[in-house]
Design a protein around this ligand. Structure first.
Ligand code: AMP
Length: 584
């Protein structure tokens, strides 16, 4: 008898299973792995669950309900059409839809499940969840905590005690838990959160921002009716998701309003940096919650062995960066953050019904992918570096982008040469193809920014696109043979360790000049120039220190190391310090 694992989330839910020793999330008929936790009735009284219900939410809120999880364990009544429902009855509808999804995908009846709940759920809330499962026709084998399930998905069952921070930022809720794992035993030491904070808030902030941009463009407000505002909110969420993989993204919403008889459209580009500023205060709150949870567990950041990220909103790059800076360690990745709770629940269900469970299999790219780039250093221009865009062992599918700028005055052409490999010198790696971005407008060096975007899909196809900032897409290259391999999580761990060792060993760089290259992130160039000027005026001790720092930066640029921002800020501090001394 098979048993499923269910992540019954506030915004989204998933169902997963162990089959032949492997665990996977089961798709719906539309192929979607995620079922929005939304229930409603259509005009004609037909029951809608998931995306269909969500679609009618803005137009028919009186017939639709979402985020019911917030009310679990209370007697809050939801009126849908002409009937009243208790929270666990609505949850039962979602669970029933997940059971059905699993049965269609597997072609057999499913009657047993493990269901997850937040660590802070009270007994009443746990009981309500169990009841919901029973109403849906499921024997609930166990209710487990979401952070425990996430840790299980990462297969952290070593005999040594590990202390793990599980940071879970979803659509509507945020939780952080400190868990201690020894062998099969996982204990939640402390847990904090805010059940009114998540990706939905980021959407609303962007929605307001887009409203402001519309007003600036057209001198009138976006109409305040529910349907138009719902369109703007949907556009905002898509923009947010695009900004997780692009440094700039464009929103186009036609006929959003009108002025007299003229229809007005919203068409604007938003920079990731602007979005980051909008959400930063909310993210600061999540860091404070981490500190509170650590204090409750009587632990310091140094006592933490691992950080794992859960929830769709942790795909936002600045979320990862801020956690990394705050805790001084890089979060472990490898499993899609919005699926890992369901995967862990399925593992637990598999164990309970006696399935033999292997490690979770993940698809990774075997070699780093990047382009040839030049860097401007105090020693002059160094071309031919391999600038890695997607590092080796990234979990597929993955998309990443970097922004480069022109290197010489009036540069008309940028050649994008794509390579795969681990050598810091581009030419030493395997060439995958190249293309040119031409007819650039005459601008001084650094005046044109080009975003290079790599998209690596589940079929091993790499698509490279370039976008000149403010101009839209310009060039494109599709590589079919970029390769992919399957690793178990143990192998992945080993591969990661190998990679670390590779980066730790020093590589000497010897390159010959070449002209059609692109340069590093734009904010770095003026810093390096300033450093070069200062080098000439410094005493030898300071100059030596600066040269060491510049060498580290060069290495970090060549390896696309995550340390670059840290080194950059060190250089900024150094230059600031040196310039205040200079003026004294
Ligand atoms: P969850 O509750 O874990 O399913 O997370 C849902 C939230 O994650 C929603 O607010 C989504 O908009 C958000 N989300 C999903 N994918 C991304 C992404 N690539 N970048 C930013 N937010 C995302």
């Amino acid at each position: 008898m098979k048993a499923v694992g269910i992540d019954l989330g506030t915004t989204n839910s998933e169902v997963a299973i162990v089959e032949n020793g492997q665990v996977r999330v089961l798709p719906g008929e539309d192929g979607d792995l995620i079922l929005p936790s939304c229930v409603g009735f259509s005009d004609a009284g037909k029951l809608l669950v998931g995306r269909e219900a969500l679609r009618q939410y803005a137009a028919a809120p009186e017939r639709t309900v979402k985020s019911i999880k917030r009310w679990m364990g209370t007697d809050h009544k939801t009126i849908l059409g002409d009937k009243e429902y208790l929270p666990h009855e609505v949850s039962a509808i979602i669970l029933r839809a997940l059971k059905q999804r699993a049965e269609s995908a597997l072609g057999e009846t499913i009657t047993q499940a493990v269901i997850t709940v937040p660590a802070y759920f009270t007994d009443a809330q746990r009981q309500a969840t169990k009841t919901a499962g029973e109403i849906a026709g499921l024997e609930v084998l166990q209710i487990i905590n979401e952070p425990t399930a996430a840790a299980l998905a990462y297969d952290l069952r070593s005999q040594e005690t590990e202390r793990v921070v599980v940071y879970d930022l979803g659509g509507g809720t945020f939780d952080v838990s400190i868990v201690e794992i020894t062998g099969e035993v996982t204990e939640v030491l402390a847990s904090h959160g805010n059940n009114r904070l998540g990706g939905d808030d980021f959407d609303r902030l962007l929605q307001l921002h887009l409203g402001d941009l519309f007003r600036q463009q057209h001198g009138v407000d976006v109409p305040d009716d529910a349907a138009t505002q719902a369109r703007l909110l949907r556009a905002a969420e898509q923009l947010k998701i695009d900004l997780s993989s692009y440094a700039f993204a464009t929103v186009r919403e036609a006929f959003l309003g009108s002025k007299g008889k003229t229809a007005l459209h919203l068409e604007t580009e938003v920079a990731r940096a602007d979005f980051e500023e909008l959400i930063r205060p909310l993210l600061e709150e999540t860091l404070e919650a981490i500190d509170r949870a650590l204090a409750d567990a009587n632990l310091e950041p140094e006592d933490i062995d691992r950080v794992i990220l859960v929830g769709g909103s942790t795909r936002i790059p600045i979320v990862q960066q801020m956690i990394e800076e705050h805790l001084g360690q890089t979060p472990t990745d490898g499993i899609q953050p919005d699926l890992c709770v369901a995967l862990g629940a399925a593992l637990q269900a598999g164990v309970l019904v006696g399935e033999s469970v292997d490690a979770i299999l993940v698809d990774v790219i075997p070699h780093s992918l990047g382009i040839a780039a030049a860097v401007s250093t105090p020693m002059g221009i160094m071309p031919g570096y391999f600038s890695v865009i997607i590092p080796r062992n990234s979990v597929v599918p993955v998309s990443r982008s970097h922004v480069y700028s022109t290197l010489v005055d009036e540069q008309e052409v940028v050649e994008i040469e794509v390579f795969q490999g681990e050598n810091a010198i581009a030419e030493e790696n395997v060439p995958l193809g190249s293309f040119k971005v031409e007819n650039l407008p005459p601008k001084p060096a650094g005046g044109i920014q080009i975003e290079v975007h790599f998209d690596f899909d589940l079929n091993g196809i790499l698509t490279v696109t370039t976008t000149e900032k403010g101009k839209g897409q310009q060039g494109r290259l599709v590589v079919n043979n970029a390769g992919m391999q399957k690793l178990s999580s143990h192998e992945l761990k080993q591969a990661r360790a190998d990679l670390e060792a590779l980066f730790a060993s020093d590589e000497t760089i010897d390159v010959s000049p070449k002209n059609t290259a692109v340069a590093i992130a734009p904010e770095m160039a003026p810093l390096l120039n300033r450093a070069q000027q200062l080098l000439e005026t410094m005493d030898s001790e300071q100059a030596e220190e600066l040269q060491d720092l510049l060498a580290d930066i060069e290495n970090a640029i060549a390896n696309n190391s995550a340390q670059l921002p840290e080194l950059q800020s060190e250089l900024e501090d150094f230059l600031y310090y040196a310039s205040t001394n200079e003026s004294e």
